[in-house]
Design a protein around this ligand. Structure first.
Ligand SMILES: Cc1cc2nc3c(=O)[nH]c(=O)nc-3n(C[C@H](O)[C@H](O)[C@H](O)COP(=O)(O)O)c2cc1C
Length: 385
């Protein structure tokens, strides 16, 4: 199957599955522990039903929004995923270009394989930078200053991973940290020659094995020597003081990612954040976390009208995005789906995924009789009684 004949996110997922080595695909596709939170994100969205209002002139359908004073063509953004650069040669640039072409923001992760300056220069568009605060805080602060100089519009501070999550499938796949060559994973890579030649081969021919190029020089390592972001991603001492320091340091929009409690949303507001992302990391961290769509309304209520509230986790259809907007989210971030798109066809594959969401959002607006995403609200949700 080719991305041109993919008609759903599941189609893109299957193309990615065929193209990527199993160890890498599962790292992207799966959750952690028993994968309850990951499945719960999907199930909770499925369980919400929309109300259709008819005979309301469905010729008018607007899904553009204004976010941080800028017009955005769709109510979605690309969230941070540390591995886009492994799904395709320079995948972060491909994905960022797709986002720019479709008029939505792209977030570059700390653990990306392309330098932040190159992404700004080559992709342009509305760019956000995601930060994992390292235990050596001064190094992270230097990174933040670099992101400011590079021209990123917003900083996303991810706060939901103070300790490393359990991901047994990585161990079963021999996808260990640090990466060790075993007969199992060498066979896995060799049986995906297209990926080997077109991704790893191109890196080898240009810049060498992929590295975390945004890390400070002395910490940069090849993927054969450093975990997939893990060792540097966790910081057990994360604290609200870190938000305070970032607020003092970063003059543009500050977004806290990984909020799951209304009181933490209030604290984020108190510490000067401009927005929060209601997120359980796509069900990749705390396996007993509730689905994000279930906790969204309470969190929206706690900071209503005072800051932007975004949400992510399990959004695979335009109708899912509509449901989040009905429940008060200002926008939805995508994780895995645009990675499947990038793995399927680089920029073109990622654009095809974004276009799929655009078409589906447009269609659902028509079917429920809503003229503008700004008008979505609880009146569009079905409640039994
Ligand atoms: C492969 C992968 C890598 C990720 N890397 C990061 C990261 O580096 N930083 C971060 O804040 N979130 C990261 N996330 C979480 C996403 O930003 C997002 O919260 C999640 O994927 C949303 O759920 P969805 O994949 O169901 O859309 C990652 C997710 C995936 C699937």
């Amino acid at each position: 199957m080719d991305y041109k004949t993919a008609y759903s996110i599941e189609d893109f997922r299957l193309i990615a599955k065929a193209r990527l080595p199993k160890g890498l695909f599962e790292f992207i596709d799966r959750g952690n522990d028993d994968e309850i939170a990951m499945v719960e994100n999907l199930r909770a969205l499925e369980n919400i039903k929309l109300v259709s209002r008819v005979l309301n002139n469905a010729t008018i359908r607007n899904q553009s929004i204004e976010l941080f004073g800028k017009k955005q063509l769709m109510p979605i953004a690309i969230g941070p995923t540390g591995s886009a650069g492994l799904t395709w040669f320079e995948g972060e640039i491909e994905l960022a270009k797709a986002a720019a072409a479709k008029g939505i923001p792209f977030t570059l992760a700390t653990s990306s394989m392309t330098s932040m300056e190159r992404v700004v220069k080559e992709a342009g568009g509305n760019l956000w930078f995601q930060l994992y605060m390292w235990p050596e805080r001064h190094l992270s602060h230097q990174l933040v200053q670099r992101a400011e100089r590079a021209g990123f519009d917003a900083l996303i501070f991810t706060v939901d991973t103070p300790v490393a999550p359990g991901r047994e499938y990585n161990l079963r796949n021999g996808f260990t940290i640090p990466f060790k060559f075993t007969s199992q994973n060498v066979l896995d890579v060799m049986s995906h020659p297209h990926w080997l030649f077109h991704v790893i081969g191109k890196y080898l021919a240009t810049s060498g094995l992929p590295r975390y190029v945004n890390f400070p020089e002395h910490l940069q390592s090849k993927i054969t020597a450093l975990p997939m972001g893990r060792s540097m991603a966790t910081n057990e001492s994360l604290h609200w003081d870190d938000v305070q320091q970032l607020r003092d340091l970063w003059p543009r929009k500050l977004i806290i990612k990984g909020i799951q409690h209304p009181d933490d949303a209030k604290l984020a507001l108190q510490y000067g954040a401009d927005a929060i992302i209601v997120s359980n990391h796509g069900g990749r961290v705390l396996d007993s976390a509730p689905s994000t769509i279930d906790i969204l309304p309470g969190i929206v209520q706690s900071v209503k009208g005072k800051m932007n509230v975004f949400v992510d986790g399990g959004f695979r259809r335009g109708s899912d995005v509509i449901k989040a907007l009905c429940l008060g989210a200002d926008a939805v971030l995508l994780g895995r789906s645009t990675l499947y798109g990038t793995a399927s066809g680089g920029q073109a594959g990622a654009e095809a995924v974004i276009e799929l969401y655009r078409r589906e959002i447009d269609r659902v607006l028509g079917l429920i009789g809503c003229h503008d995403v700004a008008n979505l609200g609880p009146q569009h949700l079905f409640t039994k009684n």
